[in-house]
Design a protein. Structure first.
Length: 206
């Protein structure tokens, strides 16, 4: 009986060992090669998966958020329209941004004729920094155009109906009106008045 008992005991031990090695895999662990990157976060020695990196935030300002300098609004006095010698429209608001010299003249005015060299010299001295605008009036359109045809460096407006003259309250030729870069009046002169245009303009540019 002893050999039989020993055989039975040996078979029992072998079965016990085989049963202990056939345990099921833990839930959450990888069961295929394609999932090898996934690991269980439980149990000793487990490696936690690296947290997902947050999406990079765009610190750059979008064009709509960028602050842009507001353009200088034209004062009411400069919100007018006129016509140049060739019939092109002229917007008074375009004068904002530079000092402006407005010269109100009439074609038959001998004083105005004598002022032409002074006005042209001013326009030549500050071709890019100052608006020099002649406003012809108190006569026909053709007479105004003929007078202004040879003016050099001066923007000439045809105001035969006197709308621009009235807007600036000009009542006589020859008159000068000086505006700063914002369109505010800083000086004016009428017929026979003395006004040093160059000095006035230089003061606005310094």
């Amino acid at each position: 009986m002893r050999p039989r008992f020993m055989a039975i005991l040996t078979a029992f031990v072998v079965l016990a060992m085989v049963g202990g090695c056939s345990t099921q895999p833990q839930s959450g662990s990888s069961t295929s090669g394609g999932d090898s990157a996934t690991t269980s976060s439980s149990g000793p020695g487990a490696i936690d998966a690296a947290p997902a990196s947050p999406a990079p935030s765009d610190a750059r300002q979008s064009p709509s958020d960028a602050t842009e300098a507001d353009p200088v609004a034209a004062p009411e006095i400069l919100q007018f329209e006129a016509s140049t010698l060739d019939g092109s429209p002229f917007d008074g608001a375009s004068l904002v941004g530079k000092p402006t010299v407005l010269w109100f003249w009439a074609p038959w005015c001998t004083t105005c004729i004598g002022q032409i060299p002074q006005v042209e010299a001013l326009a030549a001295q500050y071709p890019d920094d100052v608006n020099v605008v002649g406003v012809g009036g108190l006569d026909s359109e053709s007479a105004i155009e003929e007078f202004a045809a040879d003016l050099d460096g001066v923007t000439s407006l045809v105001d035969d109906e006197g709308a621009v003259w009235q807007r600036f309250e000009i009542v006589e030729q020859s008159s000068f009106l000086i505006l700063d870069a914002t369109g505010e009046e800083v000086a004016r002169s009428g017929y026979g008045d003395e006004l040093d245009l160059s000095s006035e303009v230089a003061g606005l540019l310094n």
